[in-house]
Design a protein around this ligand. Structure first.
Ligand code: WQD
Length: 346
């Protein structure tokens, strides 16, 4: 079965392509490489032996997007990652986020309709819950106001798909609400190669440990949590990748209860920032230079998932621990290939 991955040169996209290939799927990739690196495909080929056909196409260009579908009329499924995802930037440049993230989705849905694609997996985010009142969040937890335009584009994206699904019973959809993806493929041939200076916790930790950064900060230790620092649900990237493969297989099997379903993809364990730092130090033997500072605006105090619904429905079992995340993230930091430092299509 041929799957089109959009944004397959990105962190989650590249790891998902590996998992899809290892589960017997054929993959075609679209990525405009504006914020990702085509070199990721070299890593995928080194791991799987497969040279994935790649189209450096902007999904906001409908004519160009249609051409890819026309060249591959046997595309039966789509995993749609392509989007901008920097929360802070989205606050500064909201129109850029609405234009890019929603136009691209609308164009892909247009092609789903015109080319009769059967299955569609949407990359959503736990940030659709906002500052949830109840923890752990379940799929039934009501969405509160989005904390950022980025999160808002994910809420709107889910809504676009829900309404599209209502008038396209012949196509089935799954939206996966990610918690905090982290770590790297055990080979260290692919990993998180962020387009600019990383702001997410795990790459900041490994940059600090390797000396790329002189020190790091912990944003806030006065939260109402067991050690005062924020709680998040860190999910090992290969577990997250497999959730996409399992979602395609779930839709292929016809076991889906409706043609639009949502799943939380986390591991249901809350880890504080200070606990994450200690896990890194324990696994690597490196002591980190960090300073305790004020809260970061926009951070929620705690969020972690109840992922049982996904585990049962998708027959999906996350295996990676916070230690596995830190171990593989550190290996990646030390061995990452040359291409991963180039910040463009190069
Ligand atoms: C985690 C915790 C920080 C950096 C975001 C998006 C989410 C998803 C993942 C796209 C927080 C603390 C961080 C640092 C710190 N992105 N921290 N010092 O904000 O939970 O989630 O990335 O899908 O949608 O919202 O991730 O890694 O930035 O922060 O103390 O130098 O680590 O305050 O508590 P976040 P994060």
């Amino acid at each position: 079965m041929k799957i089109l991955v959009t944004g397959g040169c990105g962190f989650i996209g590249s790891h998902t392509i590996v998992d899809l290939l290892e589960n017997g799927f054929e993959v075609v990739n679209i990525d405009n490489n504006v914020r990702s690196n085509a070199g990721a495909l070299e890593g995928i080929e080194a791991i799987t032996g497969v040279k994935v056909p790649h189209y450096q196409t902007d999904l906001c260009d409908l004519a160009a997007t249609r051409k890819v579908f026309a060249e591959h009329p046997d595309i039966e499924g789509i995993v749609h990652f392509a989007a901008y995802k920097a929360v802070g930037e989205s606050v500064e440049k909201p129109v850029l986020y609405y234009q890019n993230n929603l136009n691209s989705l609308a164009n892909v849905l247009t092609c789903v309709e015109e080319f009769g694609v059967k299955h569609f997996i949407f990359s959503s985010s736990c940030s659709v819950y906002g500052n949830a009142d109840e923890l752990p969040v379940t799929e039934a937890t009501p969405m509160k106001e989005a904390e950022s335009p980025y999160a808002h584009t994910k809420q709107i994206g889910e809504g676009m798909i829900q309404h599209f699904a209502k008038v396209h019973p012949e196509t089935s959809f799954v939206a996966l609400r990610y918690f905090n993806p982290a770590g790297a493929h055990p080979s260290a041939l692919i990993g998180e190669a962020s387009f600019d200076k990383p702001t997410n916790l795990v790459p900041v930790i490994t940059d600090t440990a390797s000396g790329v950064r002189e020190k790091m900060v912990v944003f806030g230790t006065d939260y109402n949590t067991r050690d005062g620092s924020c709680i998040r649900d860190y999910i090992y990237i290969m577990d997250l990748a497999n959730a996409h493969t399992k979602s395609i297989q779930y839709l292929q099997s016809g076991k889906n209860k409706a043609n639009y379903e949502v799943f939380n993809v986390g591991i249901g364990e809350g880890v504080t920032v200070l606990e994450a730092i200690r896990a890194f130090e324990k696994v690597t033997g490196i002591s980190l230079n960090y300073e305790l500072v004020d809260r970061r605006p926009g951070d929620v105090e705690a969020i972690y998932s109840n992922y049982k619904y996904a585990a049962e429905a998708l027959n999906w079992t996350p295996k990676g621990s916070i230690e596995d995340i830190m171990q593989t993230a550190w290996q990646w930091q030390q061995k990452r290939p040359e291409w991963s430092f180039r910040s463009s299509a190069g």
